[in-house]
Design a protein around this ligand. Structure first.
Ligand SMILES: Cc1cc2nc3c(=O)[nH]c(=O)nc-3n(C[C@H](O)[C@H](O)[C@H](O)COP(=O)(O)O)c2cc1C
Length: 209
């Protein structure tokens, strides 16, 4: 499939077909696409929840502007950023790099200290914003991977993070629900699939210097 064709095909799905489920195989592909997302320094300072449980989704829907996609879609994906960045996150990344690339850890310690030093310069709220921004890169990858597999999706910010954090027990894990997405298959009754895309013209969006 052509990349631009995929992007034209996808749209923020408002009404999902409740009878259709994303297969295990496709879900694994989507997980790998998220896993391959870029992140600052490669730290991947987030966790991704994949929620199938319908009762859980019903309770989350109350805190998602009542949006039907939460329960009608095949799966609800919650991208959770770490609210604080601790040395253990960087140490874990350095260890993983050492193992994966077969590099002696002593050769990576300087890089680890560099990252820790940069992170120390950030305030708590800067760190929170920084880790939550990383989740949007993963979200973008999920949406594009979905389009490639002809799976519909809807990125969503219309939800109450604090309620999600309570219901999903995220706060005690040092996590915060940053952004969510629903995935599944469009209902033929979803009229928004027929609407033309509203996008700024290229000459307004770009400036070549
Ligand atoms: C971060 C983000 C949050 C969004 N939140 C919602 C949402 O809560 N509910 C919804 O129906 N659409 C939501 N959207 C969908 C946008 O409205 C939609 O992507 C935009 O209008 C462009 O249309 P298209 O995706 O159909 O091309 C969100 C999109 C993004 C990127």
């Amino acid at each position: 499939m052509n990349y631009l064709e995929n992007l034209k095909w996808r749209y923020a799905t408002k009404k999902f077909d409740t009878s259709k489920k994303v297969s295990y195989k496709d879900l694994e592909k989507l997980k790998k696409a998220i896993q391959l997302s870029v992140s600052s320094y490669g730290l991947q300072l987030y966790k991704v929840l994949i929620i199938e449980n319908i009762a859980l989704r019903e309770s989350l829907k109350h805190f998602s502007w009542g949006q039907n996609q939460i329960t009608d879609a095949s799966h609800l994906i919650v991208f959770c950023n770490y609210t604080n960045v601790e040395n253990k996150h960087i140490d874990g990344f350095i260890e993983l790099t050492s193992k994966t690339q077969d590099i002696d850890i002593t050769n990576l310690n300087e890089y680890g200290s560099f990252i820790k030093g940069k992170i120390k310069q950030m305030t708590q709220s800067e760190l929170f914003n920084w880790t939550s921004k990383q989740t949007y890169l993963a979200l973008g990858n999920l949406l594009n991977a979905c389009a490639d597999l002809r799976i519909d999706s809807c990125p969503m910010e219309g939800f109450e993070s604090e309620k999600y954090n309570d219901i999903l027990g995220l706060s005690e894990q040092g996590l915060n629900a940053a952004v969510i997405a629903t995935i599944g298959y469009r209902s033929f009754e979803d009229y928004s699939q027929n609407r033309s895309k509203v996008r700024k013209p290229l000459n307004k969006l770009f400036q070549t210097l």
